[in-house]
Ligand binder design. Structure first.
Ligand SMILES: Cc1ncc(COP(=O)(O)O)c(C=O)c1O
Length: 443
């Protein structure tokens, strides 16, 4: 699927204006093309066996309306905290569709997850011991949840070190190269441990890295399953969670690997993951068959969303101009703090939403409204002549933007609007914040 074009965005913007959705106070707005998102989810499902659980990473986009839509389209969720688990259950996800992955779960959080029956990915051996005790003490050996363990395949870092988690060292998971025997032992000792989980990184990791990370765990899974077959009479590992991490393109002329390419590569390297086996109902006896879990966040949401901000002021300095806009490091934490790795495309629209053409003599800095000098979304952007009242579109903002909203300076978070069919219909996903929201946060 192609990224949304300036033409399509301008059309939806103009329709939103006509529909009266952009009030004067909406100095910035976030939009989601829900038709595009629906197509992405259909594409994802078509690449993997029908029995796969697609646990979309909530951290990328926790908007309730979007989570409900993905649930209706048959997807599950990956939760990075108890709050995300609770949000998912509240929005009607059945526990079996929720994958709980935090690296720092308390005993109470584990107990809650086990009582609800969500799928748990444990991060380390100490957590495994806790769960083992809880199952013995509180649950009489019975368990509704399926339980896996996160393993770091140690295949190296991608191009963005802050979002790479499969290097020699990572704060996540059990390092495969150092702890291989302990891992095998943990599976042999604990019948309830029936899953393996990995996540290589988010953006910046090549398809080869993602595939090899899965491949290394797949080999271990085959080894453990043949061992348990001999010793226990069944193949113990029945859930294989490949995590997320497929990169997206933030630029229309750069083509990243497709989900189809990733699935094909994985099928070659780890064919059993593509055998369509439906999970058996949970019981104390381990079940045959393999369930594949995916956890894509960025790939799912990023290209479906865009943000628009009114240009409040224009400043001219020697060699560079500045457009003062209404979103900065509050919505774009990574872009402002690590501009080398996180870049977007921009389109300039006039007041009415028509695309402005051309390139002005001097490039443009896009400066946010926050009270520190690093609050600059982008520097030296070639744009047409910008005027007060114009609208800057920031493309591909559907993932890891609003979910990382910062309260610094207490700005009102913008209204968020979803639309179908290029703006034929709109749905309000979240209202613009007001005084009550600020007061609630700070009280
Ligand atoms: C454990 C885990 N799973 C899934 C994801 C989603 O990654 P992405 O959004 O790149 O697909 C992340 C993101 O960091 C993660 O930490």
């Amino acid at each position: 699927m192609e990224n949304l074009t300036p033409g399509k965005i301008s059309l939806a913007f103009r329709k939103a204006v006509s529909a009266g959705l952009m009030r004067n106070e909406d100095s910035a707005l976030i939009f989601y093309d829900l038709s595009f998102l629906g197509e992405r989810l259909a594409q994802l499902k078509s690449c993997f066996p029908a029995s796969a659980l697609h646990g979309l990473a909530i951290k990328a986009c926790p908007l309730a309306g979007i989570m409900k839509l993905s649930r209706e389209l048959g997807c599950g969720v990956e939760a990075a905290s108890l709050g995300e688990v609770m949000l998912a259950l509240h929005l009607g996800f059945s526990p079996g569709m929720v994958v709980y992955d935090s690296p720092v779960k308390t005993a109470e959080e584990l107990e809650f997850a086990l009582a609800e029956g969500v799928h748990l990915n444990l991060d380390n051996f100490s957590e495994l011991e806790r769960v083992k005790e809880q199952i013995a003490k509180w649950r009489n050996g019975e368990i509704k949840s399926t339980v896996g363990i996160r393993i770091n395949p140690q295949i190296g870092e991608g191009s963005i070190s802050e979002s790479s988690v499969a290097g020699e060292y990572s704060k996540f998971g059990v390092p495969l190269n150092y702890k291989r025997q302990e891992l095998i032992h943990a599976f042999l000792e604990n019948d309830f441990l029936t899953g393996m989980h990995l996540h290589v990184g988010s953006q910046g990791c090549s398809l080869e890295m993602l595939t090899e990370g899965c491949g290394k765990l797949y080999d271990l899974m085959l080894e453990i399953n043949s061992l348990t077959m001999v010793k226990k009479g069944f193949e113990q590992i029945s859930t294989f969670d490949i995590g997320g991490g497929l990169p997206v393109s933030y630029f229309r002329d750069k083509r990243p690997a497709l989900m189809e390419d990733y699935a094909d590569a994985l099928k070659q390297r780890a064919p059993l993951l593509f055998v369509n086996k439906f999970p058996q109902p949970a019981s104390s006896a381990p079940q045959a068959g393999l369930r594949l879990i995916t956890e894509f966040g960025r790939w799912t949401y990023t290209n479906a969303g865009w943000t628009v901000s009114r240009v409040e002021y224009v400043k001219q300095d020697p060699g560079v101009n500045t457009a003062m806009i209404h979103v900065g490091a509050d919505l774009f934490v990574r872009e402002c703090l690590n501009p080398r790795d996180w870049l977007h495309e921009y389109t300039l629209l006039d007041r009415a939403g028509n695309i402005k053409e051309g390139v002005s003599e001097n490039p443009w800095n896009l400066a946010g409204p926050l009270c520190f000098s690093g609050d600059i979304l982008a520097k030296g952007v070639p744009l047409p002549e910008v005027q007060e009242g114009d609208n800057i579109v920031i493309h591909d903002t559907g993932g890891y933007t609003f979910s990382m909203w910062s309260r610094y300076n207490s700005r009102f978070a913008p209204r968020i609007i979803g639309y179908y069919n290029d703006g034929e219909t709109f749905v309000l996903l979240k209202e613009r914040e007001g005084m009550a929201d600020i007061l609630k946060f700070w009280t």
